[in-house]
Design a protein around this ligand. Sequence first.
Ligand SMILES: Cc1cc2nc3c(=O)[nH]c(=O)nc-3n(C[C@H](O)[C@H](O)[C@H](O)COP(=O)(O)OP(=O)(O)OC[C@H]3O[C@@H](n4cnc5c(N)ncnc54)[C@H](O)[C@@H]3O)c2cc1C
Length: 426
Amino acid sequence: MKTSDPRSALWSTTAAPAPETPPLEGDRRADACIVGGGFTGLSAALHLAETGVDTVLVEAEHPGFGASGRNHGQVVPGYSKHSPDEIVAKLGKERGEALNRWVQDSAALVFDLIRRHGIDCDVVHKGWLMPAHNAERLAVARAKHDQWAARGAAVDFLDRDQTAEITGSPHYIGAWMHRGGGNIQPLGYTRGLARAAQKAGAAIHGASPALSIERGNGRWQVRTPGGTVTAEKVVLATNAYGGDLWPALAHSIVPVRLFQSATAPLSDNIARSILPQGHSISDSRRALWSFRKDRDGRLVVGAAPLFTAGVRGPVNRIVGDHIKTVFPQVGDVALEHIWDGRVAVTTDRLPHLHELAEGLYAGLGYSGRGIAMATGMGKVLAERVRGKSLAELPVPATPLRPLPLHALSIPLARLTIAWHRWQDRG
Ligand SMILES: Cc1cc2nc3c(=O)[nH]c(=O)nc-3n(C[C@H](O)[C@H](O)[C@H](O)COP(=O)(O)OP(=O)(O)OC[C@H]3O[C@@H](n4cnc5c(N)ncnc54)[C@H](O)[C@@H]3O)c2cc1C
C-alpha cells in the first residue's frame, strides 16, 4: 500500500467508526455549502448547523481523507514559526494580539468540542513541549516562552532535568511547555466532528467531489457527480487537497509532504519510560521532529520530508536512527506504519482567510498547526457566513496571492528542508 493511501495511517486502524456519509444525489438548496470534510469544513458545518443555518457539506472521499485524518495529533496553542511578538510586528498591536488570542483559544476550542460532543478520540490534555537539542535552539524556545508568558499563557520553561523527566529522553537541554496543549487521535476527532455536525442538522456527503462552482441568480451552484447544491454562501475548505477546483487557491500555498510513522506497541516498561505523563513533543529543530505515544503504547514519530520515491526503506532507517538518539532505551525497532500527508504551508507562515467573491470564502494554510487553527478557522468562517463583518473576525482576511512559479515551490521546499537539516546538525 502506498504511504499516501490513508489506510496506511495508524489512525485508520484505531479510530472510532466513521458515520454514514452517503453521496449527494439530486439537486439540493441550502443556506450554506461547505466543500471539504477536514477540521476546517467540519468545524464550519458544525458551528453553522448549531445556529440553525441549513448546511450541506460535500467531501470528495470521506471525512478525514486529507491532512485531518493523517496528522500527528498534537494540539498546539501556537504558531509553527512565529513568536507572538513577531505577529504583532507584522499585523500591528490590535490585529496581532487578536490573532495571538485566537491561536490560544483555538486549542481550547478543540478540547471544548471534544468534551461537549463526547468525541471518542483518545484525548490527552496534559501539555505540549518544544524541547531544544542545542543552545541556539534553546534561546528560540526561551523567547517564545517569555513572550507567551507575558500574555498570561499557561506556559513553563523547563531545565535539562525537568525536560528529561517529562520527555523520558536524555537528548534535550531544556524546553518550553504549553500546558494548554495535548494530543488526540486525529481521525477519531474528525469523525466525531462529522457526527456532531450531523446531529446538529448538517448534511454530510462523502464520495461527492465538487467539480465546479458557478454563480447565477445571486447564488452559487456547487456541482458534484451525483447532483448539485445551490446556496447563497459557499466555503472552500480543501486546504492542500484542493486540486483544480479553484486553481488560484491551490497555487497560494505550498503542499509539503510530511511523513509519519509508528512502532508496534512497546513493552510496558519501555512505553512507561517515554513521555510518561502523556505529553507530546515538537522539537525546536528547523526541520522538526515530533514524538508522542498512542493509546496502545506505540511511539508515533513525525518528520519533515527527506524522502521521495520508495520511501519505506529510508524512513525506517532515518527514523530508527533518530529514535535511538532521542529515546536510546527503545533500541532497534521496526516501524509498523508509515504514511504521509500534505501540509499547506504559506509563505508568511500565517493562516489565510480569503473572501474570493461575494458569498464565497476560503480558510487554509496552517503550516502544520492545523488541529487548533483549522478548528478555529471553521468557527471564524461560520461567523462570516452568518454575517459578521471582516473587521470583527480575529483572523485578518487577505487578498488571494497565487505564488509565481508555483510548480517550483515543491522542489524548493525540499531544498529548504535539506538546508534546515544541515543547519540543525549537532
Ligand atoms: C503528516 C501531517 C502531520 C501533521 N501534524 C499536525 C499536528 O501534529 N498538529 C497540528 O496542529 N497540525 C498537524 N498537521 C496539519 C493539520 O493536519 C492540517 O492543518 C489540518 O488537518 C487541515 O485541515 P483542513 O480541514 O483545512 O484540510 P484537510 O484535512 O486536508 O481537508 C481537506 C478536504 O477537502 C477535500 N477536498 C479536496 N478537494 C475537494 C473537492 N473538489 N470536493 C470535495 N472535497 C474536496 C479533501 O478530500 C480533504 O478531505 C499535520 C499535517 C500532516 C499532513
